[in-house]
Design a protein around this ligand. Sequence first.
Ligand SMILES: Nc1ncnc2c1ncn2[C@@H]1O[C@H](COP(=O)(O)OP(=O)(O)OP(=O)(O)O)[C@@H](O)[C@H]1O
Ligand SMILES: [Mg+2]
Length: 280
Amino acid sequence: MPSFWTINDEPSGELLYNSAWGAPARPDAAETAGPVKLPKLSQWAEEQFNFKPTTIQKRVLDTGTKRLILCCNRQWGKSTVIALKALHHAIQHPNSSIVVISRTERQGGLLIQKAIDFATLTGRPPKRVRGYEHSLQLPNGARIYAIAHSTQSGPGRTADVLIFDEAAIVHDTVFSLALPFVARTGGAVWLLSTPRGQTGFFYNLWHDKDPQWTRVLSTVDDCPDIPKEFIELHRKGAPQLFRQEFYCEFTPAPGRLISRERLQQMYDPSLNSRMLPPLK
Ligand SMILES: Nc1ncnc2c1ncn2[C@@H]1O[C@H](COP(=O)(O)OP(=O)(O)OP(=O)(O)O)[C@@H](O)[C@H]1O
Ligand SMILES: [Mg+2]
């Protein structure tokens, strides 16, 4: 076995070819003939899958931004919308590589399963990427696959799109090790989550002023399908969690005595350690 297998375990038809497994998957002739140009995503989703996006979902589907943060309530449709975006990209970019990271590989697999379902509906029954349980490979060679939430699965990969689902619970080290996947490809990074506490890269990037990120905040008020009675039920049960889950508030983690906002209010930048008298 060539040594690069252990260094670079990026799933690609070439690198992972092993005669014992049979011939590597090859794109269909129809899709290797040339790049496919699909309609605008929201239009494609409606025509192909009868998916009727809300106004904000439509904007998310159609934005071409390379740095996207979706901060949305539970059951907003984050994974569905991003699965559609990933598939739309994969169909139009032969041999592209889209990596999904979540707190567990299985969690990432939920988003991928949606992409598999959509791909099948378009008449492109995908194959699995060899060695990746939660994955799909289209006839054009494009791959969407989930990797483990682990510092071990960092080096060796390159991606055209890097997706963090439930980003607020992905560890900072995993984020930092995975981000270089797009360093040379100019690839996109899409973060999607409901808030979880007041620390971590999702919290930081959301609150940062860096204009390269497109930030989308959308709450349960934008989900006409979620019944009002259900919202009230949740509101009365656990008010703080309700504000987090359905109104996307970055509330302090349970057990924290003091919120980040309160700490910031207490901090006086004019007080500087250099002004303190020297220790005797
Ligand atoms: N525009 C829409 N029309 C109809 N159904 C929708 C729409 N958007 C989302 N849904 C449905 O809402 C449900 C939740 O979608 P999805 O799992 O993508 O949400 P999520 O925000 O990722 O949820 P969670 O916070 O639980 O991860 C799914 O059944 C999905 O099909
Ligand atoms: Mg989801």
